[in-house]
Design a protein. Structure first.
Length: 87
């Protein structure tokens, strides 16, 4: 009976040790994944900020007017051609 209890306790300790090793390994894998995802998030945030800056540069009134006059041959209407519509 004593040997059976010793074998059961030994098996329990071994299983517990293996479980601790497994959980620690999984924890490290998850931490590596987290770091990778955080790097991706930071890279995407930098890209997003760059795109917002680029968008604001492309959407300035001066640039839009320049493109309208040079590329599209548009011009502002003369004052006498403008009709004000009121309700």
């Amino acid at each position: 009976m004593r040997y059976l209890a010793l074998i059961v306790l030994t098996a329990t300790v071994v299983v517990s040790a293996i479980s601790v090793i497994y959980v620690k390994h999984e924890s490290r894998k998850q931490f590596v994944l987290l770091q990778s995802l955080e790097r991706d998030r930071d890279r995407l945030q930098v890209d997003w900020n760059r795109l917002q800056l680029e968008y604001s540069a492309w959407a300035t009134h001066d640039r839009i007017e320049r493109v309208a006059t040079s590329s599209l041959a548009l011009h502002a209407p003369r004052t006498r051609s403008v009709v004000l519509v009121t309700r």
